[in-house]
Design a protein around this ligand. Structure first.
Ligand code: ADP
Ligand code: MG
Length: 463
């Protein structure tokens, strides 16, 4: 048995930046809802990608089919997580820190339960050992509501189905996965609030045999159990569709009357391509009020498309060729392990220079995160051992995710909840960032004064 790696101390974030990313979350959920509802925009933005990327094509095809047929369920929902890193920059000769959005996850918004546990561990450790920051002020550990936001999002969806007896179906990995502990904690959080709700967890590959649609496209599993909500925790990567008939299963789920979390159009709204297409205030105003568009655009990195058939794409491609370790190249995927960094970008671009594949990538400015001094503990570190030592602190960088859950019908959003945070902290210099993939450890947040931009110098002392 092994625990997930976690940091010894919470990770510092200036108060104003914590508030900023919380305040942005309902705006981001609103934006995703608007994108999901605009089939024309979706088609136009993904047109070149679907010519070369079968995965996105299959998703878009399903969206087309269910829209054409007419939706059995007009309510759509999504539990999402927007991820950020802090970015050090210089303005008028002064060093400062700002937020930069990494991406938005529509399905792979996992780890809400582990994030709450990380907050609890840090709260416990700092209290037990009377740790104080060196500025003499009290420690502010913001309350972590992430599990609550996720559980309540599922309950909102369940209640919109308007049937007192029903089930939430969690669609899980085909293979054994450590995520099951997160799944169980979410189930527990839902049942604690609402013992009347049935909860079923099934592997995606088992659904083929275990589900059927009723005369009004009701979704039944295991015979007569009517599913009110399909909660996808899988199906976001091409490798997930590894059995014959997998796409037919996804189509049947989307055709059903159950409320999908996320519905296929909400799933698509998390595509990285939309980050690039809507990369400035003017583009965002297509969907958002000007004030919201301005606020959101302020946390965007510079982004470029690199397709060969437009001048803009050619310009982006040339930026990539000239890159000096300050860029990331990303395909249309979520869930980790797909990005290309540093010198590999040039090599890769030269390989695809004459290929239509270029249209499925976006090029992103590299975020220059401040280093924090901290320790990552993993399961080999047994603190019971007499000779156990953590050694000097390491230079680490953190990524912060804020959770949101949104539900709407037609053009109207009915609930838009947000809160809680996931912090993943990794060694400075490590590029990818997942905890499950072994790149980072769980952390939590400690708020620091806004003026204090020397985050790397933040030190704690023990009484
Ligand atoms: P995925 O969908 O695979 O999670 P991400 O966009 O989150 O894709 O990228 C994976 C990881 O790569 C992130 O967790 C982060 O650690 C790193 N990363 C992504 N974009 C940037 C960036 N612009 N600057 C620095 N690191 C980045
Ligand atoms: Mg990510």
């Amino acid at each position: 048995m092994a625990h997930a790696p976690f940091t010894l101390f919470p990770s510092p974030i200036p108060k104003r930046l914590y508030k900023e990313c919380l305040d942005l979350q309902p705006i981001i959920s609103n934006l995703m809802f608007k994108i999901a509802n605009d089939s024309g925009f979706m088609e136009e933005s993904l047109r070149e990608i679907v010519k070369v990327d079968d995965f996105t094509k299959n998703l878009l095809d399903i969206n087309r089919k269910v829209q054409l047929e007419g939706l059995a369920q007009p309510v759509i929902s999504c539990i999402n997580r927007a991820d950020y890193m802090l970015d050090k920059f210089t303005q008028n000769g002064n060093n400062s820190t700002r937020l930069r959005q990494v991406e938005v996850n529509a399905i792979a918004s996992s780890m809400s339960s582990q994030s709450v546990r990380a907050s609890k561990i840090h709260n416990y450790l700092l209290t037990k050992y009377r740790v104080k920051p060196n500025d003499g002020q009290g420690i502010i550990l913001p309350k972590n509501d992430s599990l609550d936001v996720v559980a309540q999002g599922l309950i909102d969806a369940f209640d919109s189905y308007n049937k007192s007896l029903g089930y939430i179906l969690l669609v899980a990995e085909n293979e054994r996965s450590l995520n099951f502990s997160d799944h169980l904690a979410i189930e527990e959080a839902v049942l604690k609030k609402r013992p009347d709700i049935g909860f079923i967890r099934k592997k995606f590959c088992n659904l083929q045999a275990d589900m059927n649609l009723g005369p009004n496209r009701e979704l039944f599993v295991d015979g007569q159990k009517e599913v009110a909500v399909v909660y996808f925790r899988f199906c976001y990567d091409p490798s997930n569709y590894n059995f014959i008939g997998s796409w037919e299963v996804r189509l049947a789920l989307e055709r059903s009357k159950a409320i999908k979390c996320p519905s296929i159009n909400f799933h698509l709204s998390g595509a990285k391509k939309f980050q690039q297409v809507l990369n400035n205030q003017q583009q965002l105003e297509r969907f958002l009020e000007p004030a919201d568009a301005e606020r959101l655009s302020k946390v965007f990195c510079k982004l470029w498309s690199i397709e060969s058939n437009t001048t803009r794409g050619q310009q982006g491609f040339n930026v990539g060729l000239k890159s000096d370790n300050n860029l990331v190249l990303k395909p249309q995927r979520e869930g980790g392990g797909n990005n290309i960094f540093d010198a590999d970008i040039k090599t890769f671009l030269n390989k695809i220079v004459n290929s239509d594949e270029r249209s499925q990538y976006i090029l992103m400015e590299f975020i220059n995160s401040p280093k924090e001094k901290n320790w990552i503990l993993n399961y080999q570190d047994e603190c019971g051992k007499n000779d156990w030592q953590v050694g000097p602190p390491k230079e680490l960088v953190s990524e912060f995710g804020i959770y949101g859950s949104v539900l709407g019908e037609g053009n109207v959003i009915k609930t838009n909840r947000y809160g809680g945070y996931l912090v993943r902290t990794k060694m400075h210099g490590v590029k990818e960032g997942g905890v499950a993939s072994g790149h980072s450890g769980l952390s939590s947040l400690v708020l620091i004064d806004d003026e204090r931009d020397d985050i790397d110098l933040l030190k704690f002392y023990v009484d």
